[in-house]
Design a binder for this molecule. Structure first.
Ligand code: ATP
Length: 377
């Protein structure tokens, strides 16, 4: 399918903001998106994801800022003049039109010649593998198939940008996984610049080239999946990226980017992501996968080790998700390669590099402080 998707160099959001009454739903969103990139907007309910997408789509006017494609303002254009394809959570198909006619709609609105419409509709339907269902009405299709129709309808117009708002959230777990792969396949084969809204971090990590994490309308971090997964910028992002263990501890001493922290009956060697000094109260974030039940004889040199009591064990295929209590009763989420017994005392191992130290406040760290930390590290 010929595509105009790469017909621009970059899409730029400059200080984009939107308020409702006195409430700021989105504040100063700054982002430059390259043609062909897949960007996920990620965050908990109410963080401003849909507001950002609707501002891009032209469904909501901006309160502040500009949206530019190759230095030309697009935020001043009405929605239909932006040449963007949209896919919504609720499919938003015309129930009385067949699959073919739903897909053809955008091209008809653009007054394309009939032969061209017919060819492009056929190509789009083949891309989402719905050839057998072309003559059916949406009500005769499964949720996953309906979402494929919505995707075909968005891409058939050869959009400059595809906007997707939680497109998989109405599907069951198995179908979500299938459609996720399908969306990735389509993106890889068509190279469509895509902005995808989700509250599901796994979905965002598996689909996107870069993620934008939002909280209460403010960008918390922009980065690749690996950057966000391994090095969240603050404890909120860490929490959202699956660092289920958040411990409020006190810094005992600092050396370079390493810190010794204590509290909850623990004394741990950890790594500072945000700078801290001896005596500071900090929040230490640890992924369950990095806090592991040690096996007999396992070498633990250079690692933190401490004992805890098993409270609950969950089977997860090849390994076990285990809940434990520390000596002071603090509940922790850990992993184990074998099934320990509730009540059993286990030994946990934790690499200091994977115990990340953050400030408890979410105030931004200054560039000078960050530089200092890197130099000391
Ligand atoms: P969800 O995942 O629940 O859809 P979201 O991250 O997409 O959440 P938004 O829908 O962008 O969040 O909402 C951001 C904030 O703006 C919320 O506090 C919401 O209540 C508010 N908001 C959104 N739309 C409106 C509106 N039309 N009028 C008033 N407030 C709104």
């Amino acid at each position: 399918m010929p595509l105009s998707a790469n017909a621009f160099g970059s899409l730029e959001l400059k200080n984009v903001g939107r308020s409702f009454g006195g409430h700021d739903a989105l504040v100063d969103l700054n982002l430059t998106i390259r043609a062909g990139e897949f960007i996920a907007l990620l965050g908990p309910s109410g963080c401003g994801k849909s507001t950002a997408l609707n501002c891009l789509a032209g469904l909501l006017p901006l309160t502040h800022g500009q949206i530019l494609i190759d230095d030309k303002r697009v935020d001043v254009l009405p929605s239909e003049k932006r040449d963007f394809g949209m896919v919504f959570q609720n499919y938003a198909l015309f129930p009385h039109l067949t699959v073919e006619k739903n897909v053809a709609f955008g091209l008809q609105m653009r007054n394309r010649p009939r032969a061209e419409i017919s060819r492009r509709v056929k190509e789009a339907i083949a891309l989402v593998k719905l050839e057998e269902h072309a003559k059916k009405l949406p009500g005769q299709l499964s949720g996953g198939q309906q979402q494929r129709v919505a995707i075909a309808r968005a891409i058939v117009i050869e959009p400059r940008l595809v906007l997707m708002d939680e497109p998989l959230s109405n599907l069951d777990a198995k179908l979500r996984l299938e459609m996720r792969t399908e969306i990735r396949r389509l993106h890889q084969s068509l190279g469509l610049t895509t902005i995808y809204v989700t509250h599901d971090q796994e979905e965002a990590l598996s689909l996107a080239d870069r993620l934008v994490v939002l909280r209460e309308g403010h960008v918390q971090q922009v980065g690749t999946p690996a950057e966000l997964h391994d090095n969240p910028a603050n404890w909120h992002v860490a929490d959202f990226m699956g660092y289920r263990n958040l411990l409020d501890l006190k810094v005992v001493s600092v050396s370079g980017s390493s810190a010794k922290v204590e509290g909850n009956g623990l004394l741990l060697n950890a790594t500072m992501v945000q700078p801290a000094a001896a005596g500071d109260e900090v929040r230490v974030a640890i992924r369950p996968h990095d806090l592991v039940v040690a096996r007999e004889g396992q070498p633990t040199e250079g690692r933190n080790t401490f004992e805890a009591t098993v409270s609950v064990v969950e089977y997860q295929g090849r390994e076990f998700a285990v809940g434990v209590n520390t000596s002071t009763g603090k509940n922790l989420f850990v992993h184990s390669e074998y099934a320990p017994t509730p009540g059993e005392t286990v030994r946990l191992v934790l690499d200091p590099a994977r115990a990340l130290v953050y400030r408890t406040s979410l105030a931004a760290v200054s560039a000078e402080e960050q530089e200092l930390l890197q130099v000391r590290g």
